[in-house]
Design a binder for this molecule. Structure first.
Ligand SMILES: Nc1ncnc2c1ncn2[C@@H]1O[C@H](COP(=O)(O)OP(=O)(O)O)[C@@H](O)[C@H]1O
Ligand SMILES: CCCC(=O)OP(=O)(O)O
Length: 366
């Protein structure tokens, strides 16, 4: 049973073909930031991303005969429970407009999966999109009446990393507590208690640590001044596209940034140091969410390939719990596995409704 997995990220497009749990091919194309910036909206990138994938498949001589499903990284959706979702018109409508109010390429995942699936007459799915919302109630409350938190995170990779680490400890995910990070183009830091992602930082809304493409948390008063001087659109872009390394050093590539830092570029050195410092602070916050009962701190994403970053986070947070690096990500495998569970009848595909997963408490009404 072949499954094609498609993962459009902020800096890359990844594609993989699986037969059962065997990966037949896997490719990752890094996109030039200037090329992506030419598109007015994320959904306008659809033909370009599709052609990119078609070219990759052709280069690899991929044999798609016997394809059973196409699975994409979901996004652009309203808060939802975790799981594998059938791509249908309701889901596509929200993905196309980015109903979560966030312009992020993950919303192309369902659209690309749908296009390839139609061409092959097979089903399309998304698995654990960044819109998965399992926050505990107290994590949703802010100090502003009527304003409630929800988060967008690398849910797919965070959960898969936690599941695999739990298995390595010989325990089910549902019995463990972890602080799990994805340290890539965006940096997710999250608290997992007994199989639920009960808190984390909204990495497209401007929370959490600085990242290659994100500004991270900034004092509200400073944000207000920035918005007044530069406008709301420029401010919003800083949250998930043009902040962090891009704003401080003109690149989202951590390899380039660290090379320039070694060559004496002071802006690059400080950006690198500050990001790692902020990730450590956020890990500490999530350890407090778990009341110190932390079975492990797990570091995934592209930057977890950096020995320097892992060593520094181990020094900053290793006293909380053992720190384990899982460089890269398990997103492609996790997507294929989610689709396979449904096709094999071990799990029912969920239907996206757009219905709220949580109701604001009556005590704050009015
Ligand atoms: N060996 C490495 N050392 C430091 N950074 C790395 C290394 N390999 C990849 N990266 C960085 O990881 C980031 C991309 O991470 P990735 O998880 O692929 O991103 P995304 O979240 O966009 O999928 C880039 O900034 C890249 O430069
Ligand atoms: C929308 C959250 C997922 C995310 O930020 O992915 P990238 O790191 O690829 O931008």
């Amino acid at each position: 049973m072949k499954i094609l997995a498609i993962n459009p990220g902020s800096t890359s497009t990844k594609v993989a073909l699986f037969e059962g749990d065997v990966c037949l091919l896997s490719r990752n194309v890094a996109h030039d930031a200037a090329r992506l910036a030419e598109f007015a909206s994320v959904s306008d990138q659809l033909p370009y991303r599709k052609q990119t994938i078609e070219a990759l498949l052709a280069e690899e001589g991929a044999d798609l005969s016997g394809l059973a499903a196409v699975v994409g990284r979901g996004g652009g959706l309203l808060p939802m429970e975790g799981g594998t979702y059938e791509v249908d018109e309701r889901l596509l409508r929200d993905a196309r407009i980015g109903a979560n109010g966030v312009a992020h390429p993950a919303q192309l995942g369902s659209q690309l999966a749908d296009e390839f699936a139609r061409e092959h007459g097979v089903r399309a799915f998304v698995v654990n999109p960044p819109d998965v919302d399992e926050l505990q109630e107290v994590a949703r409350i802010t100090g502003i009446r009527g304003v409630y938190r929800n988060v967008h995170l690398h849910a797919l990779n965070l959960k898969e990393t936690a599941i695999r680490h739990a298995a390595s400890l010989g325990r089910p995910y549902e019995e463990c507590n972890f602080v799990v990070c994805h340290i890539g183009g965006g940096v997710s830091v999250s608290a997992h208690r007994k199989g639920k992602m009960v808190d984390g930082f909204d990495i497209v809304g401007g929370e959490g640590p600085m990242a290659p493409t994100r500004c991270g948390s900034v004092a509200v008063a400073d944000v207000a001044v920035y918005a007044r001087e530069r406008g709301i659109d420029a401010l919003a872009a800083l949250c998930h596209r043009s902040g962090g390394f891009v704003d401080l050093a003109g690149t989202s590539d951590a390899i380039e940034l660290t090379r320039r830092a070694e060559e004496g570029d002071e802006a690059c050195r400080l950006a690198w140091d500050a990001m790692i410092y902020q990730i450590g602070k956020c890990i500490g916050a999530m350890a407090a969410v778990l009341e110190g009962e932390v079975d492990g701190i797990l570091l995934g994403g592209g930057m977890a390939y950096s020995d320097d970053l892992v060593a520094r986070l181990r020094r900053a947070c290793g006293w909380i719990a053992p720190v384990t690096a899982y460089p890269g990500e398990f997103e492609m495998e996790a997507m294929a596995a989610g689709a396979e569970r449904v096709l094999a009848g071990r799990e029912e595909a969920r239907r996206y409704t757009g219905e709220p997963v949580w109701q604001p408490p009556a005590c704050f009404a009015g």
